[in-house]
Design a protein around this ligand. Structure first.
Ligand code: NDP
Length: 247
Protein backbone atom coordinates (compact mmCIF):
# COMPACT_ATOMS: atom_id res chain seq x y z
CA UNK A 1 0.00 0.00 0.00
CA UNK A 2 2.96 2.36 0.52
CA UNK A 3 3.01 2.67 -3.25
CA UNK A 4 -0.47 4.26 -3.06
CA UNK A 5 -0.68 7.12 -5.51
CA UNK A 6 -3.64 9.43 -5.11
CA UNK A 7 -5.13 10.90 -8.28
CA UNK A 8 -4.49 14.66 -8.56
CA UNK A 9 -8.18 15.33 -7.92
CA UNK A 10 -8.65 12.55 -5.31
CA UNK A 11 -10.14 15.01 -2.81
CA UNK A 12 -12.11 17.17 -5.24
CA UNK A 13 -15.30 18.57 -3.62
CA UNK A 14 -14.22 17.33 -0.19
CA UNK A 15 -14.17 19.55 2.88
CA UNK A 16 -11.56 18.45 5.42
CA UNK A 17 -10.75 19.79 8.88
CA UNK A 18 -7.13 19.46 10.03
CA UNK A 19 -6.22 20.18 13.67
CA UNK A 20 -2.72 21.46 14.36
CA UNK A 21 -2.61 22.64 10.74
CA UNK A 22 -0.01 25.34 11.32
CA UNK A 23 3.10 23.24 11.75
CA UNK A 24 4.75 19.84 11.32
CA UNK A 25 2.74 16.95 9.97
CA UNK A 26 -0.58 18.83 10.15
CA UNK A 27 0.74 21.65 7.98
CA UNK A 28 1.98 19.20 5.36
CA UNK A 29 -1.36 17.35 5.43
CA UNK A 30 -3.31 20.60 4.96
CA UNK A 31 -1.14 21.61 1.97
CA UNK A 32 -1.37 18.11 0.50
CA UNK A 33 -5.15 17.87 0.88
CA UNK A 34 -5.55 21.30 -0.74
CA UNK A 35 -3.26 20.34 -3.62
CA UNK A 36 -5.51 17.32 -4.26
CA UNK A 37 -8.63 19.45 -4.57
CA UNK A 38 -10.00 19.70 -1.02
CA UNK A 39 -11.27 22.76 0.76
CA UNK A 40 -9.29 22.65 3.97
CA UNK A 41 -10.37 24.01 7.36
CA UNK A 42 -7.23 24.96 9.25
CA UNK A 43 -7.58 24.66 13.02
CA UNK A 44 -4.71 25.57 15.31
CA UNK A 45 -3.39 27.61 18.17
CA UNK A 46 -1.01 30.10 16.53
CA UNK A 47 -2.87 32.35 14.08
CA UNK A 48 0.26 33.54 12.24
CA UNK A 49 1.14 29.92 11.37
CA UNK A 50 -2.40 29.28 10.08
CA UNK A 51 -2.39 32.39 7.91
CA UNK A 52 0.99 31.34 6.48
CA UNK A 53 -0.52 27.97 5.47
CA UNK A 54 -3.57 29.79 4.10
CA UNK A 55 -1.29 31.99 1.95
CA UNK A 56 0.67 28.99 0.73
CA UNK A 57 -2.51 27.20 -0.37
CA UNK A 58 -3.80 30.26 -2.21
CA UNK A 59 -0.41 30.85 -3.86
CA UNK A 60 -0.40 27.24 -5.10
CA UNK A 61 -3.85 27.73 -6.68
CA UNK A 62 -5.80 25.74 -4.06
CA UNK A 63 -9.36 26.38 -2.96
CA UNK A 64 -9.72 29.11 -0.35
CA UNK A 65 -9.27 27.53 3.09
CA UNK A 66 -11.08 28.48 6.29
CA UNK A 67 -9.20 29.30 9.49
CA UNK A 68 -10.33 28.36 12.99
CA UNK A 69 -7.98 29.74 15.65
CA UNK A 70 -8.56 27.63 18.75
CA UNK A 71 -6.44 26.52 21.68
CA UNK A 72 -7.51 22.94 22.38
CA UNK A 73 -6.29 23.29 25.95
CA UNK A 74 -9.00 25.77 26.88
CA UNK A 75 -11.74 25.05 24.33
CA UNK A 76 -15.04 23.66 25.57
CA UNK A 77 -17.78 21.50 24.07
CA UNK A 78 -19.63 24.74 23.23
CA UNK A 79 -16.73 26.01 21.12
CA UNK A 80 -16.86 22.77 19.14
CA UNK A 81 -20.65 22.88 18.76
CA UNK A 82 -20.39 26.47 17.47
CA UNK A 83 -17.63 25.35 15.11
CA UNK A 84 -19.85 22.53 13.79
CA UNK A 85 -22.72 25.01 13.21
CA UNK A 86 -20.39 27.33 11.29
CA UNK A 87 -19.11 24.45 9.13
CA UNK A 88 -22.69 23.32 8.48
CA UNK A 89 -23.76 26.87 7.50
CA UNK A 90 -20.66 27.49 5.35
CA UNK A 91 -20.18 24.16 3.60
CA UNK A 92 -23.31 22.06 4.27
CA UNK A 93 -21.23 18.97 5.06
CA UNK A 94 -17.83 17.76 6.21
CA UNK A 95 -15.98 14.86 4.55
CA UNK A 96 -12.97 14.44 6.78
CA UNK A 97 -11.33 15.26 10.10
CA UNK A 98 -7.63 14.76 10.73
CA UNK A 99 -7.04 14.81 14.48
CA UNK A 100 -3.37 15.72 14.33
CA UNK A 101 -2.76 18.41 16.99
CA UNK A 102 -0.84 17.05 19.91
CA UNK A 103 1.59 17.91 22.68
CA UNK A 104 4.42 15.86 24.08
CA UNK A 105 4.70 17.44 27.53
CA UNK A 106 7.91 16.55 29.31
CA UNK A 107 9.49 13.12 29.25
CA UNK A 108 10.12 12.19 32.86
CA UNK A 109 10.28 9.32 35.32
CA UNK A 110 6.88 8.08 36.45
CA UNK A 111 7.47 9.41 39.96
CA UNK A 112 7.88 12.94 38.59
CA UNK A 113 4.69 13.10 36.55
CA UNK A 114 2.68 16.07 37.81
CA UNK A 115 -1.07 16.34 37.55
CA UNK A 116 -1.28 19.66 35.64
CA UNK A 117 0.99 18.27 32.90
CA UNK A 118 -0.95 14.99 32.82
CA UNK A 119 -4.26 16.89 32.52
CA UNK A 120 -3.00 19.21 29.76
CA UNK A 121 -1.77 16.30 27.66
CA UNK A 122 -5.03 14.37 28.10
CA UNK A 123 -7.03 17.50 27.30
CA UNK A 124 -5.21 18.35 24.06
CA UNK A 125 -4.43 14.83 22.80
CA UNK A 126 -7.59 12.94 23.78
CA UNK A 127 -10.47 14.94 25.24
CA UNK A 128 -10.39 17.63 22.54
CA UNK A 129 -10.38 15.00 19.77
CA UNK A 130 -13.33 13.24 21.42
CA UNK A 131 -15.34 16.47 21.80
CA UNK A 132 -14.52 17.64 18.28
CA UNK A 133 -15.62 14.28 16.86
CA UNK A 134 -18.83 14.32 18.91
CA UNK A 135 -19.73 17.84 17.76
CA UNK A 136 -18.93 17.09 14.12
CA UNK A 137 -20.70 13.74 13.73
CA UNK A 138 -23.98 15.32 12.50
CA UNK A 139 -22.17 17.34 9.80
CA UNK A 140 -19.95 14.34 8.88
CA UNK A 141 -23.10 12.26 8.40
CA UNK A 142 -24.13 14.70 5.66
CA UNK A 143 -21.16 13.51 3.58
CA UNK A 144 -21.61 10.52 1.28
CA UNK A 145 -18.34 9.11 2.58
CA UNK A 146 -16.69 10.62 5.66
CA UNK A 147 -13.32 9.78 7.22
CA UNK A 148 -12.13 10.49 10.75
CA UNK A 149 -8.39 9.97 11.19
CA UNK A 150 -6.74 9.99 14.61
CA UNK A 151 -2.99 10.31 15.20
CA UNK A 152 -1.36 7.67 17.33
CA UNK A 153 2.25 6.77 18.07
CA UNK A 154 4.45 3.73 18.59
CA UNK A 155 4.23 4.43 22.34
CA UNK A 156 0.44 4.21 22.06
CA UNK A 157 0.76 0.52 21.26
CA UNK A 158 3.60 -0.49 23.51
CA UNK A 159 4.46 1.58 26.57
CA UNK A 160 7.98 2.93 27.05
CA UNK A 161 9.77 4.17 30.18
CA UNK A 162 9.59 7.95 30.73
CA UNK A 163 6.93 8.57 28.05
CA UNK A 164 4.21 8.74 30.79
CA UNK A 165 1.16 10.84 29.96
CA UNK A 166 1.94 11.22 26.23
CA UNK A 167 2.04 7.44 25.79
CA UNK A 168 -1.13 6.97 27.83
CA UNK A 169 -2.86 9.63 25.70
CA UNK A 170 -1.95 7.70 22.56
CA UNK A 171 -3.24 4.40 24.02
CA UNK A 172 -6.46 6.30 24.75
CA UNK A 173 -6.50 7.59 21.17
CA UNK A 174 -6.23 4.04 19.82
CA UNK A 175 -9.09 3.02 22.14
CA UNK A 176 -11.29 5.92 21.12
CA UNK A 177 -10.71 5.11 17.47
CA UNK A 178 -11.67 1.45 18.01
CA UNK A 179 -14.83 2.33 19.94
CA UNK A 180 -15.98 4.86 17.35
CA UNK A 181 -15.13 2.57 14.43
CA UNK A 182 -17.21 -0.20 15.97
CA UNK A 183 -20.14 2.13 16.66
CA UNK A 184 -20.09 3.65 13.18
CA UNK A 185 -19.45 0.38 11.36
CA UNK A 186 -21.86 0.02 8.42
CA UNK A 187 -22.45 3.78 8.29
CA UNK A 188 -20.98 6.36 5.91
CA UNK A 189 -18.48 7.43 8.60
CA UNK A 190 -15.23 5.48 8.95
CA UNK A 191 -12.68 5.92 11.73
CA UNK A 192 -9.00 4.98 11.61
CA UNK A 193 -5.63 5.84 13.14
CA UNK A 194 -2.25 6.75 11.69
CA UNK A 195 1.01 6.13 13.49
CA UNK A 196 3.35 8.58 11.69
CA UNK A 197 6.56 7.02 13.04
CA UNK A 198 9.69 9.09 13.72
CA UNK A 199 9.26 12.25 11.66
CA UNK A 200 11.31 15.42 11.23
CA UNK A 201 9.26 17.98 13.21
CA UNK A 202 9.62 20.22 16.26
CA UNK A 203 7.94 17.64 18.48
CA UNK A 204 10.45 14.98 17.47
CA UNK A 205 13.36 17.37 18.10
CA UNK A 206 12.05 18.03 21.59
CA UNK A 207 11.86 14.30 22.34
CA UNK A 208 15.27 13.48 20.79
CA UNK A 209 17.32 16.72 20.86
CA UNK A 210 20.63 15.06 19.98
CA UNK A 211 19.68 13.03 16.95
CA UNK A 212 20.70 13.59 13.34
CA UNK A 213 17.47 14.89 11.80
CA UNK A 214 18.72 14.27 8.28
CA UNK A 215 18.12 10.56 8.92
CA UNK A 216 14.42 11.12 9.67
CA UNK A 217 11.51 10.93 7.25
CA UNK A 218 9.89 14.27 6.51
CA UNK A 219 6.16 14.92 6.83
CA UNK A 220 5.96 14.83 3.02
CA UNK A 221 7.20 11.22 3.03
CA UNK A 222 4.10 10.18 5.01
CA UNK A 223 1.47 11.82 2.89
CA UNK A 224 0.58 8.71 0.87
CA UNK A 225 -1.25 7.32 3.93
CA UNK A 226 -2.81 10.65 4.92
CA UNK A 227 -4.18 10.92 1.37
CA UNK A 228 -5.31 7.29 1.23
CA UNK A 229 -7.38 7.53 4.40
CA UNK A 230 -9.10 10.77 3.28
CA UNK A 231 -9.82 9.61 -0.26
CA UNK A 232 -12.72 7.39 -1.28
CA UNK A 233 -10.15 4.68 -2.08
CA UNK A 234 -10.29 3.80 1.63
CA UNK A 235 -14.11 3.81 1.77
CA UNK A 236 -14.18 0.28 3.17
CA UNK A 237 -11.34 0.70 5.66
CA UNK A 238 -12.59 1.07 9.23
CA UNK A 239 -11.11 0.49 12.68
CA UNK A 240 -7.50 0.18 11.46
CA UNK A 241 -4.34 1.57 13.04
CA UNK A 242 -1.91 2.00 10.16
CA UNK A 243 1.79 2.85 10.02
CA UNK A 244 2.88 5.66 7.71
CA UNK A 245 6.42 4.27 7.70
CA UNK A 246 6.59 0.63 6.74
CA UNK A 247 9.96 -0.92 7.44
P1 NDP B 1 4.47 19.55 16.05
O1 NDP B 1 4.78 19.89 17.47
O2 NDP B 1 5.44 19.88 14.98
O3 NDP B 1 3.05 20.18 15.65
C1 NDP B 1 1.95 20.03 16.51
C2 NDP B 1 0.79 20.85 16.01
O4 NDP B 1 -0.26 20.78 16.99
C3 NDP B 1 1.14 22.33 15.84
O5 NDP B 1 0.51 22.84 14.71
C4 NDP B 1 0.57 22.95 17.12
O6 NDP B 1 0.19 24.29 16.98
C5 NDP B 1 -0.67 22.09 17.33
N1 NDP B 1 -1.10 22.20 18.73
C6 NDP B 1 -0.39 21.88 19.83
N2 NDP B 1 -1.08 22.21 20.93
C7 NDP B 1 -2.25 22.74 20.50
C8 NDP B 1 -3.37 23.31 21.18
N3 NDP B 1 -3.42 23.40 22.51
N4 NDP B 1 -4.40 23.79 20.44
C9 NDP B 1 -4.34 23.72 19.09
N5 NDP B 1 -3.31 23.21 18.39
C10 NDP B 1 -2.27 22.75 19.11
O7 NDP B 1 4.15 17.99 16.07
P2 NDP B 1 4.16 16.87 14.92
O8 NDP B 1 3.78 17.46 13.62
O9 NDP B 1 5.40 16.11 15.07
O10 NDP B 1 2.99 15.92 15.47
C11 NDP B 1 1.71 15.80 14.86
C12 NDP B 1 1.03 14.59 15.46
O11 NDP B 1 1.80 13.41 15.17
C13 NDP B 1 0.90 14.65 16.98
O12 NDP B 1 -0.35 14.12 17.35
C14 NDP B 1 2.03 13.76 17.46
O13 NDP B 1 1.75 13.21 18.73
C15 NDP B 1 2.06 12.69 16.38
N6 NDP B 1 3.33 11.97 16.24
C16 NDP B 1 4.46 12.61 15.81
C17 NDP B 1 5.65 11.89 15.65
C18 NDP B 1 6.92 12.54 15.19
O14 NDP B 1 7.95 11.86 15.17
N7 NDP B 1 6.93 13.81 14.81
C19 NDP B 1 5.71 10.46 15.95
C20 NDP B 1 4.45 9.89 16.38
C21 NDP B 1 3.32 10.63 16.51
P3 NDP B 1 1.23 25.47 17.39
O15 NDP B 1 2.41 25.29 16.49
O16 NDP B 1 0.43 26.70 17.13
O17 NDP B 1 1.56 25.23 18.83
Amino acid sequence: MQSYQAANDALKDKVILVTGAGDGIGKEAALTYASHGATVILLGKTVSKLTAVYDEIIAAGGKEPAIIPLDLKGATAKHYRDMASTIQAEFGKLDGVLHNAGILGVLSPFEHIDLPTWNDIMQVNVTAAMLISQALIPVLKRSESASIVFTSSGVGRKGRAFWGPYAVSKFATEGLMQIMADEFDNTTVRVNCINPGATRTKMRSRAYPGEDVSLLKTPADLMWLYLYLMSDDSKDVNGQSLDAQIK
